[in-house]
Design a protein around this ligand. Structure first.
Ligand code: NAD
Length: 265
């Protein structure tokens, strides 16, 4: 067996960071060699345990020793991710980016960084959503007259809306009709909004409780509708996808990749 892929997990005490550490501990093909957190969290929590080893929790601003071939895994905030990934590229670190909520300008920065190193960027690292994106694009193209509405529900602590996954589903739906999402997207409806224009893609964000992530894409026609639904019941599915992405990057030096590339779909 080849040497395990060295991982640096950023946002290590967060919901996704914890899921990644738990799944990585059972995977002999990876080894967590560093853990990053915000300066505030580092002052509260000093260490993190990985397979019985105590790893010091470092802030992204600390200098960290980076072994060759190491992959940074980011599930933090857009600001922290951009800072870390730009630093990482200068150290030859590759990165798996699960963080959501980037603006178009921030996405362009990631694309620029991918000319120096290899990145996987995916708003949803699950196998199911990766397949769903493809389905949505095909159904959208096959039913050009049908109204598309995307409803997502997440836990009450989620910061961005609509979710990155909902937006990715919207891009897939728009692309299936040769449209650009920003020209047809409509976020929520409130008040006397009038009739629904043809071609619109509607987004609705629901928040509550501890829901990991539900997405429903409805294609509504006259007398019928199709609903494509994905429900994540555990963050482990995203964590497993992130580890697959890190192993995929082991063989890549530069470029911007998606989960579709990782899964060979
Ligand atoms: P969370 O709030 O539980 O965790 C984020 C962690 O990042 C926190 O522990 C926070 O202290 C830490 N952090 C903040 N600033 C930091 C910095 N400068 N350096 C290092 N760490 C820092 O959130 P979460 O639910 O784990 O989600 C994190 C991100 O991942 C969100 O953008 C979310 O939408 C996204 N997400 C993506 C997927 C996917 O499959 N791509 C799945 C779930 C969540």
């Amino acid at each position: 067996m080849s040497a395990p892929v060295p991982l640096i997990v950023s946002g290590a005490t967060g919901r996704m960071g914890q899921a990644i550490l738990r799944i990585a501990a059972t995977d002999p093909e990876v080894e967590v060699v560093g853990v990053l957190e915000s300066a505030a969290e580092c002052s509260r929590t000093k260490t993190v345990d990985f397979r019985g080893n105590t790893l010091p929790l470092l802030s992204g601003e600390d200098a960290i020793a980076v072994p060759p071939g190491a992959v940074l895994i980011e599930f933090t905030s857009p600001e922290a991710t951009l800072r870390h990934v730009q630093n990482a590229a200068t150290q030859g670190l590759k990165a798996v980016i699960g963080t959501t909520g980037f603006t178009d300008a921030e996405k362009q920065i990631l694309a620029d960084v991918s000319r120096e190193t290899s990145l996987v960027v995916a708003a949803n690292m699950s196998v199911g959503v990766t397949v769903l994106l493809d389905l949505v694009s095909r159904v959208s193209g096959s039913l050009p007259e049908y109204d598309i509405e995307i409803v997502e529900m997440h836990h009450r602590l989620k910061k961005d809306a609509p979710s990155g996954t909902a937006l990715a589903l919207g891009v897939a739906a728009a692309t299936g009709r040769n449209r650009t999402l920003k020209d047809v997207a409509r976020s929520g409806r409130d008040g006397l909004v009038g009739e629904r224009p043809a071609g619109e893609i509607g987004f609705h964000a629901v928040r509550g409780g501890d829901v990991v992530g539900d997405h429903t894409v409805t294609f509504a026609g006259i007398g019928e509708r199709i609903e494509l639904i994905h429900r994540a019941s555990s963050r482990d599915t995203f964590a497993a996808g992130a580890l697959k992405a890190a192993k995929f990057l082991n063989t890549k030096t530069k470029g911007l990749y998606s989960m579709k590339d990782v899964l060979g779909l």
